[in-house]
Design a protein around this ligand. Structure first.
Ligand SMILES: NC(=O)NC(NC(N)=O)C(=O)[O-]
Ligand SMILES: [Zn+2]
Ligand SMILES: [Zn+2]
Length: 464
């Protein structure tokens, strides 16, 4: 008979650093009243009532406690185009909107992030400048196949490729051959590939048709990128994913037809997931015509029917992640009488997610769990960070934000933390407001203000 092992008495719990009192906890499974106990940056208690001793308390009564948002799609453009945005401004704006982590795209920094040395440079900058945690995308461009292993070893969260012109000379688009070869190599390395899915030949064809008619207004620009442009590229990328076994993430899917193609591929066991962005759920082609430059992005914002269908997709679990695709530029690049010449990219990192919550305000208990899935849990899962991030659960990082559903607030340019006060959401009203954002148990944003002595962001390595 083996001797009975002596079971040590449970250690006297340390005094907690923080208890979040009285909030409504949002998880993908539902909303419930509970409290969080936090110690050394981790959630160590999640219970109806946390009774431990604590150094501090945060009153969350009457508020929702969301998991810290993980925005897998931002362009903070540093190094090289810091005057467009920058890691400090960008991450603060993200935190002000409930974000705890961002994944920075390999463009529009200059040079773009195409190898391990580039990753180390951007990582060092972000460790100094970013107030939230972060991961970094590497680029997949024609000719950098031999850099992909280095990118993986340096901790890239995945590879990003453009199937159409990126607008950035140093970040050329992949043709079919280089995309296929890149995905094949990425599959071997265990790296996910994300694509900007617009077919270059079709986009040029439709663009030329508009320009030939001397049409250069917003309406003509929208007509130059019909849904077919997106669908052709999604078809090709999913086909390649099937052939190569590469994990594929289609970023900024703008149409329900695009989501349907991704669903079809998934039914064929292709490892593909869909991201859409807040602006496709919040704006329509009419807003593009009305707002002009601040609402220009590619693929473009679609009609009301498609916007509503994307909400259906999101509620049905057919959209896996929602990012901001925050891609701002200085005002001079946003002003031209020719809409085709205006820089494409929407600055929405601060308000986009809050406006999604606002859109669900009347059905919060039903819809907030879905938002917790697409804004945090699913992102962490897809990018293998779920051992640390993405949920309010014991043992995970204490990343969370408090959301208040209060009186309608009108969004102003003055409240933007981005470098340039350009946003399609200025003038909109929202009942949902993020009052506090915590990363690893420390306040970054509190009571609608930047917390003094903000902590520096940590680099996140995928769990390969
Ligand atoms: N160079 C960019 O930042 N492009 C971005 N611009 C958009 N979406 O309009 C993007 O993600 O494709
Ligand atoms: Zn893109
Ligand atoms: Zn983007």
């Amino acid at each position: 008979m083996p001797r009975k092992r002596e079971i040590p008495a449970p250690a006297e719990p340390d005094t907690l650093d923080l208890i979040v009192r009285g909030g409504r906890i949002v998880t993908p499974e539902g909303v419930h009243d509970a409290e969080l106990g936090i110690l050394e940056g981790k959630i160590v208690r999640l219970a109806p009532e946390v009774t431990d001793r604590t150094h501090a308390e945060l009153d969350a009564a009457g508020r929702y406690v969301f998991p810290g948002i993980i925005d897998a799609h931002v362009h903070f453009n540093e190094p090289g185009r810091t005057e467009w945005e920058g890691l400090a401004h960008g991450s603060l704006a993200l935190a002000a909107g409930g974000g705890a982590c961002f994944f920075d795209m390999p463009l529009n920094s200059e040079p773009p992030l195409l190898d391990a040395a580039g990753l180390r440079t951007k990582r060092a900058l972000a460790e100094q400048q970013a107030c939230t945690d972060f991961a970094l995308w590497g680029g997949l461009v024609p000719g950098n196949l031999d850099k992909l292993a280095g990118l993986r070893d340096a901790g890239a969260i995945g590879l990003k490729a453009f199937m159409s012109n990126s607008g950035i000379e140093s970040f050329p688009r992949v043709d079919a051959k280089s995309l296929h070869a890149g995905m094949k190599r990425a599959a071997k390395l265990g790296l996910l590939v994300a694509v900007h899915a617009e077919d270059d030949a079709l986009a040029s064809q439709f663009t030329n048709a508009q320009l030939a008619k001397k049409k250069t207004d917003a309406k003509a620009w929208l007509a130059s990128r019909p849904v077919e442009v997106e669908l052709a590229a999604i078809r090709q990328a999913t086909e390649f994913a099937g052939e190569t076994g590469c994990a594929l993430h289609i970023v900024h899917v703008s149409s329900p037809e695009g989501i349907a193609l991704i669903e079809e591929a998934r039914a064929q066991r292709v490892d593909v997931t869909a991201e859409t962005c807040s602006h496709y759920l919040l704006l329509t082609d009419k807003d593009v015509a009305k707002l002009g430059a601040p609402a220009k992005c590619a693929p473009p914002i679609r009609d009301e029917k498609r916007r509503l269908a994307l909400w259906d997709d999101l509620r049905a679990g057919r959209i896996h992640t929602v990012g901001s695709d925050h891609s701002p530029s200085p005002p001079d690049l946003k002003t031209s009488p020719n809409f085709f010449e205006i820089w494409g990219g929407i600055g929405g990192v601060q308000h986009g997610f809050q406006l999604l919550m606002n859109a669900c305000a009347a059905t919060a208990d039903k819809d907030f769990p879905r938002l917790a899935a697409v804004l945090a849990r699913n992102v962490a899962r897809r990018f293998r960070l779920d051992g640390r991030k993405g949920r309010l659960a014991e043992g995970l990082d204490a990343d969370f934000c408090l959301v208040e559903l209060g009186a309608p607030h009108k969004i102003t340019a003055a409240e933007l933390w981005t470098r340039h006060p350009i946003s399609p959401y200025i003038g909109r009203t929202t009942r949902a407001r993020v009052t506090h954002t915590y990363v690893r148990g420390r306040a970054i944003w509190s009571d609608g203000n930047v917390s003094p002595g903000s902590p520096k962001g940590q680099f996140l390595n995928p769990e390969i």
